[in-house]
Write a protein that binds this ligand. Structure first.
Ligand SMILES: Cc1cc2nc3c(=O)[nH]c(=O)nc-3n(C[C@H](O)[C@H](O)[C@H](O)COP(=O)(O)OP(=O)(O)OC[C@H]3O[C@@H](n4cnc5c(N)ncnc54)[C@H](O)[C@@H]3O)c2cc1C
Length: 419
């Protein structure tokens, strides 16, 4: 790589999606020189992070966004979840978790990803200390013992497909550390030589917004069906967002149906708890796999969010976990004289281990438990849901998951700035 350094920074963040943009904001008040590189403009129809999905934010993530000053931009768009009802299709087992029982205003908040993107990037625009390249794409990365060297193409036609940028300029960046916030197919992770273990669930999530003749009133439903989990979450505007997990061929079939037939098929799998489906929005599909990087750090490199681990959406924990990666990494990097020093990065990996391992295991275990149709597993589920419904301790533990699975609680989750 051409070593003629044009830009010197302490921290280069590659990827300004949900996690990378949050990390940049967390570092905004610190003395570190930060550069954020994002391939797609935040309000583009092709933005892969801020698309038509919604994200269920836990109370821990709400606290982080309050501390970063983002929450006031989001609050009006956030559908509060005051109750969660879990059921196993075709079986008696069911459980209910309510916010009031836990002494909480809400168990979580459902936010459209597009609004999340706008809120994060509007807040970033108000931070002159964060240098931004957007649209700009990392093309090449070389990691040496003393610095990370990035070749970045900045311009109007960079795209994310790995093709060559056409009308832009090339910039060489030297950073003390590069942060991979570039998603599950992370180029930074590959360049750092960090392998990722991938397990294909052979399921596809069909995501769609629906309106019904009973407007949503804070109740979220998680229904485990023979094909996979079906989540129906309340939106702030009275509609619902649906994450319907299906085998790939069935997902293709239902997406090819017209709106009316799609509504009927969905209603057959879900039932009538939300009333009659009256309107069906555009559908988007997401193949589901568990991807887990073997390490969260490499030479002059740290991984956050989907670049570190990408989870099944069954428990709505992927982003919440990634935000805690960002919150703790920001705190550790801000306090370090050399933010890319091996001891600093090892500290990050060590302090994230419990939460990361716990949440990956919890999510994956849930998918496997409810995917099995072996009679003993099905009976275990029925009993498990019934016992859960009677066990205040288990409910309390579940409602506290959004603060992490254990280990370190980052300062931002405690309402404190990173330093
Ligand atoms: C159907 C579905 C529902 C979900 N629901 C929830 C939920 O309710 N709650 C929850 O907590 N999580 C949920 N998740 C998980 C959540 O979406 C992810 O955890 C989150 O998107 C991770 O964000 P990220 O910023 O790490 O990665 P991404 O969202 O993948 O963003 C990566 C960014 O990097 C950019 N980029 C990539 N390569 C380059 C490059 N070379 N140069 C520059 N930029 C680059 C991309 O343009 C993109 O903006 C869900 C996931 C799915 C699939």
């Amino acid at each position: 790589m051409n070593r003629a350094t044009v830009t010197q920074v302490d921290i280069a963040i590659v990827g300004g999606g949900m996690v990378g943009a949050s990390l940049a904001l967390a570092l905004a008040g610190t003395a570190k020189r930060v550069l954020l590189i994002e391939a797609v403009v935040p309000d583009s129809a092709h933005q892969p992070s801020f698309d038509e999905r919604t994200t269920a934010l836990g109370n821990g993530s709400r606290r982080v966004f309050e501390t970063l000053g983002v929450w006031p931009r989001l609050a009006a768009h956030a559908g509060a979840v005051t109750e969660i009802r879990v059921s196993d299709a075709g079986r008696a087992g069911a459980a209910r978790l309510t916010a009031s029982e836990q002494g909480l205003e809400a168990l979580g908040y459902v936010v459209p990803n597009r609004q999340l993107g706008l809120a994060l990037w509007q807040q970033l625009a108000a931070q002159p200390s964060i240098a931004i390249r957007n649209p700009a794409q990392l093309r090449e990365l070389q990691l040496d013992a003393d610095a990370a060297h990035l070749r970045v193409s900045t311009g109007s036609n960079t795209g994310t497909g790995g093709g060559s940028g056409s009308s832009g300029t090339t910039e060489i960046v030297a950073a003390r550390v590069v942060v991979a916030a570039d998603g599950a197919q992370s180029l930074v992770r590959a360049a750092a030589g960090i392998a990722a273990e991938i397990e294909d669930y052979e399921q596809v999530a069909v995501v769609v917004h629906v309106a019904t003749d009973l407007p949503s009133a804070g109740i979220a439903y998680e229904r485990f069906t023979a094909t996979g989990p079906l989540a129906v979450l309340p939106l702030a505007d009275g509609r619902y967002t649906v994450v319907w997990t299906l085998a790939p061929d069935r997902a293709q079939q239902v997406c090819a149906l017209d709106d009316g037939a799609f509504g009927v098929a969905l209603q057959q799998d879900f039932g009538w708890r939300i009333g009659r489906i009256t309107r069906v929005g555009a559908r988007a599909t997401y193949p589901l796999r568990l991807s887990r990087a073997e390490s969260m750090v490499g030479t002059r490199a740290a991984l956050v969010g989907n670049a570190a681990q990408s989870l099944h959406p069954v428990a709505g924990q992927g982003f919440n976990l990634g935000l805690r990666d960002a919150a703790l990494l920001a705190e550790i990097l801000a306090a370090a004289a050399d933010p890319g020093a091996p001891a600093v990065l090892e500290q990050y990996e060590r302090r994230r281990a419990v939460d990361r391992r716990g949440m990956i295991g919890f999510t994956d275990g849930l998918v496997r438990l409810f995917a099995s149709d072996r009679p003993c597993m099905a009976l275990g589920r029925t009993l498990g849901l019934a016992l859960f419904d009677l066990a205040p301790g288990a409910k309390r533990a579940l409602s506290r998951l959004s603060w992490g699975f254990g280990g370190d609680t980052p300062r931002l989750l405690r309402g404190l700035p990173v330093n």
